[in-house]
Ligand binder design. Sequence first.
Ligand code: SAH
Length: 248
Amino acid sequence: MDIPRIFNITESAHRIHNPFTPEKLATLGAALRLERGTRVLDLGSGSGEMLCTWARDHGVIGTGIDMSRLFTEKAKRRAEELGVADQVMFIHGDAAGYVSDEKFDVAACVGATWIAGGVAGTIELLARSLRTRGIILIGEPYWRQLPPTEDVAKGCLAGSISDFLMLPELLASFGHLNYDVVEMVLADQDSWDRYEATKWLTMRRWLEANPDDELAKEVRAKLTSEPERYATYTREYLGWGVFALMPR
Ligand code: SAH
């Protein structure tokens, strides 16, 4: 079981697999007023940077589940490196349908809401592992500007304009699901650059080391087209944020 190999190549050097910088991740941790011993569940935990740094900085206890074998290994190494291996556990597996027996204080899905068919389904899934008055974290894109055409949405690698909402609508949608939005931290264009541009040097180095790999052609094509595509579309049109929710 693993995610498509192309992501394990293009994001092999990322610690954070979303448009947040380490500073924004730290801002979120501080905003949530995490207390020592807070139990955090993270579905689609990637390379574990959120759980590991919050364990170091706030003393949280965490469980992360991710389908990438590589990212899960990186998460375990990061926990060792930061001296928090006794506080965080990383499981390689499918987070779709994952419900824990133990209830968590914080249940998160940061940039992987497809695991339960979208935002509403993911909130419902996380709620099943959440204690009363716990906090749900959802990391999700929204439109900074509404794409004028479906082609522009596709340029952002969205399936269609209707895949995402504008920020006010996204915030309202949480209310319609009967949740209060109690905090949020948003990406900006510079933090988006860290997520996207980091892939370019990674691809270039990978191509030099793996010229005969079966994915070399695809990676070469991506490296050639991605900077311009990103600057034309994603950087202009797509926002991203993490939203903290509490059931009303
Ligand atoms: N939350 C992390 C990773 C976000 S990227 C971070 O912010 O850094 C999306 C992650 O979802 C990737 O790590 C990918 O491996 C993982 N993923 C994709 N499908 C999954 C599934 N069905 N179950 C668990 N993880 C999944």
